[in-house]
Design a protein around this ligand. Structure first.
Ligand code: ADP
Ligand code: MG
Length: 220
């Protein structure tokens, strides 16, 4: 489903060039749950941003579902992003004045009225699936951090993404809430969802089927 070939990402900074990714080869199959680990500054977020079509490589190839997405323009990339990718971040990015249900439906705001209608049903089902059937009409400030992250996960799944990308999804949560979130992620993977998750916590990575270790922009 995902294939990176000799992928490089060079940033030009005031102090010169930084190779955030320095020739990376990665293969991820449909239905896999992969953790990406490595210390701070090793290139994990850069890799996830490229996997999520939020950024483009400097060189190398990225094949997503057999399509070469490494040379697309911004419009084409955002289309791929909407259709193929779900993203969950460390900080939760919910809109504060929208309810849980409205937040989950946010990615559908440009869809046709018919799709919005079927989307609402799916949003309700997803909130039920993440254990928030009784919180649908609550605002973010009426929910705990763990509940908010579960809303964010439900939202990331509304468009049935081919792959769910998560960057430190438990990074801002206490142990108990982290456990709930990782249990949910494992459950989604058991139901067939392909997942790539960045974490620096070994006990969180231990839930994945496989771990990719990154150091100084290379896979070790
Ligand atoms: P990680 O997520 O593993 O902490 P990052 O992918 O964020 O690492 O960063 C990898 C390297 O690339 C670091 O040296 C970082 O400073 C650099 N870097 C990341 N993003 C940028 C950017 N937008 N501009 C310049 N340098 C960047
Ligand atoms: Mg990072």
């Amino acid at each position: 489903m995902i294939k990176l070939e000799q992928l490089k990402k060079i940033f030009n900074t005031g102090g010169g060039e930084v190779a955030a990714l320095d020739g990376v080869d990665v293969d991820i199959k449909k239905g896999e749950f992969v953790a990406i680990m490595g210390r701070s500054g090793s290139g994990k977020s850069t890799m996830l941003n490229i996997l999520g079509c939020m950024d483009q490589p400097t060189s190398g190839r990225y094949l997503l579902s057999d399509q070469d997405v490494s040379r697309l323009n911004d419009d084409e990339l955002s289309k791929i992003r909407n259709e193929y990718i779900g993203f969950v971040f460390q900080s939760f990015h919910l809109l504060p004045r929208l309810t849980a249900l409205q937040n989950v439906m946010l990615p559908l705001r440009f869809a046709t009225p018919e799709r919005q209608k079927s989307g609402q049903k799916r949003a309700e089902e997803l909130l039920d699936k993440v254990g928030l059937a009784d919180r649908m009409h609550h605002l973010p400030n009426e929910m705990s951090g763990g509940q908010i992250q579960r809303v964010a996960i439900a939202r990331s799944l509304i468009n049935k993404p081919h792959v769910l990308l998560a960057d430190e999804p438990t990074g801002n949560l206490d142990t108990k809430m982290s456990k709930q979130i990782i249990d949910l992620i494992v459950d989604l993977n058991r139901q067939g969802q392909t997942i790539v998750m960045v974490t620096h916590e070994p006990d969180i990575a231990a839930h994945a089927g496989r771990t990719i270790r990154v150091l100084d922009g290379r896979i070790v």
